[in-house]
Design a protein around this ligand. Structure first.
Ligand code: MG
Length: 276
């Protein structure tokens, strides 16, 4: 029986950092792999826990690297967070927006009105990372959360990779508000929670998705929680020794050195991690 990519999967869900690019640069094998997937007629979707940039900026970055992508093929944790927020607040509500432009854009595109003060009568709080995030913004979040408003975090990553090392991620900023208020967010948009993947799968109508990532505790765990196959590529943060110790929900279905495995002729049977 044929084991070509299109026979196995109808949607590839790519994590970005450490899989497609690292900082401004493409990961070796990524461009040729994604182009090969396109040529085989398999849809590609890019999903990121980074809420600071709107999809159009991510698309611009991908196009600079030579990857043809559309804005609706990029799903951010801010967008997944807004979907979760919709379960708790009515459409059109004012929402206290904490974070970068991606947080504000995700609220506006679903008809919410982002506000920046707890005195602006918001109906909920959406908190994501922003490169200019201030103590003043965290203070507004603390006031609103203390008042009992529904509080959604885009993601809970403790750290954020920069070219100079690991910076505090959104999870660390959420902990500041949690520490001050004694409360926890009622929902989280990003991986390993399933909202981000669900959003991407719902947009495409896919029935045979593959989650591709470089982190066991977010990418692979998110795919396993949804019960879909996962591919770990060794181009990002996971070392061979960490992979060897993977257990439970963090065990990938497939492992490959990089995305060149998406080219025709790959034996997916041989990439299965439990068949090693
Ligand atoms: Mg990554």
């Amino acid at each position: 029986m044929s084991q070509e990519l299109a026979d196995l999967f109808d949607l590839l869900l790519f994590d970005l950092d450490g899989v497609v690019y690292i900082g401004p640069h493409a990961v070796p094998g990524a461009i040729e792999g994604i182009r090969a997937a396109h040529e085989q007629g398999v849809r590609c979707c890019y999903i990121t826990n980074n809420a600071s940039r709107p999809p159009a900026e991510v698309v611009e970055h991908l196009r600079e690297l030579g990857i043809d992508a559309a804005a609706d093929e990029v799903v951010t944790s801010a967008q997944a967070g807004v979907t979760l927020l919709g379960e708790h607040v009515p459409a059109g509500s004012r929402i206290l927006a904490i974070g970068g432009p991606g947080v504000f854009a995700a609220l506006r595109e679903r008809g919410y009105v982002p506000v920046v003060s707890a005195d602006d009568e918001p109906a909920g709080v959406l908190q994501g990372i922003g490169m200019d995030l201030s103590w003043a913004a965290l203070t507004e979040a603390t006031f609103a959360v203390t008042a009992g408003l529904p509080w959604i975090a885009t993601n809970l990553d403790a750290t954020f990779p920069t070219t100079r090392g690991l910076a505090p991620g959104n999870g660390s900023m959420v902990e500041a508000v949690a520490h001050a208020t004694g409360r926890r967010p009622i929902g989280v948009g990003g991986k390993p929670e399933p909202a981000l993947l669900n959003e991407a799968i719902a947009r495409s109508g896919a029935t045979r998705p593959l989650m591709i990532g470089d982190r066991l505790d977010t990418d692979i765990a998110a795919g396993n929680r949804l019960g879909i196959p996962t591919l770990l590529v060794m181009t990002g943060v996971t070392s061979a020794s960490e992979l060897a110790c993977a257990a439970g929900a963090e065990v990938p279905t497939y492992v490959a050195p990089d995305l060149s495995c998406l080219r025709p002729g790959t034996s997916w049977h041989d990439l299965q991690w439990d068949k090693r």
